[in-house]
Design a binder for this molecule. Structure first.
Ligand SMILES: C[S@@+](CC[C@H](N)C(=O)[O-])C[C@H]1O[C@@H](n2cnc3c(N)ncnc32)[C@H](O)[C@@H]1O
Length: 205
């Protein structure tokens, strides 16, 4: 599992490697651009004021929202990712911190119209994911949405089929969302499959 130093090292080549895997339609990033576009469009159809991005990376999604006038907040533990994102969004409010240990205090004092997390939460165990989602939902304004886009599957069987089909490429250290298992904790959660290995989970306040 990559730690903050691993992400620091990946930061410069991140956009290119993700783009190549998405264009080739290969695991793990097949569907990446579609996920980001879906979230971008949905955030902008709502009241786009304050947006919190959990694990914003190089800021691929939030930069577009920032350019549309959204007030961008975020947390990431990689100093290098924060530097790259800050260069694109000088007016954004970014906190450095490990979200497996909770949210930065500054972020908890604000309320958001949308919270987004793309390809960042598969670094958490399922218990940690549930706890983080439970902590994020109260930070939404009424009618706000939490969107999680990631490597994800509707059922455990779909995950196993994908794992078998990609063979040695499968990353055993990453823990992917299985929607039917999360729906037990969040019955209102919506799941949409966007590629053979990507899905969008939506939660409304
Ligand atoms: C694969 S990148 C995704 C970046 C971006 N959201 C995207 O869609 O391209 C994962 C990001 O989450 C951050 N991250 C991973 N685990 C984290 C943790 N426990 N706490 C804070 N940031 C974390 C990494 O530093 C990295 O920037």
């Amino acid at each position: 599992m990559l730690d903050e130093k691993g992400f620091d090292l990946w930061a410069d080549g991140y956009d290119e490697s993700v783009g190549l895997s998405d264009e080739d339609g290969t695991y793990p990033f097949a569907g990446y651009k579609q996920i980001l576009n879906e979230i971008y469009n949905r955030v902008l159809t709502g009241k786009c004021n304050a947006v919190l991005d959990i694990g914003f990376g190089t800021g691929t999604l939030t930069q577009r929202l920032y350019e549309q006038g959204c007030d961008i907040w975020g947390q990431d533990f990689s100093a290098k990712m924060i530097r790259l994102a800050k260069a694109k969004m000088p007016g954004a409010h970014f906190c450095q911190g490990d979200f497996s240990e909770g949210l930065a205090e500054e972020l908890c004092h604000n309320r958001y119209d949308a919270i987004v997390a793309t390809y960042s939460l598969h670094h958490l165990s399922d218990e940690q994911k549930v706890r983080l989602i439970e902590n994020l939902l109260p930070l939404l304004r009424d009618g706000g949405w939490l969107y999680i886009g990631d490597v994800a599957f509707g059922t455990r069987t779909e995950l196993d089929e994908c794992k078998a089909s990609v063979g040695d490429e499968w990353d055993d250290e990453e823990i992917y969302f299985v929607a039917e298992e999360f729906q037990k904790f969040f019955p209102e959660m919506k799941y949409e499959k966007l590629s053979f290995c990507a899905g969008l989970l939506s939660f409304r306040k």
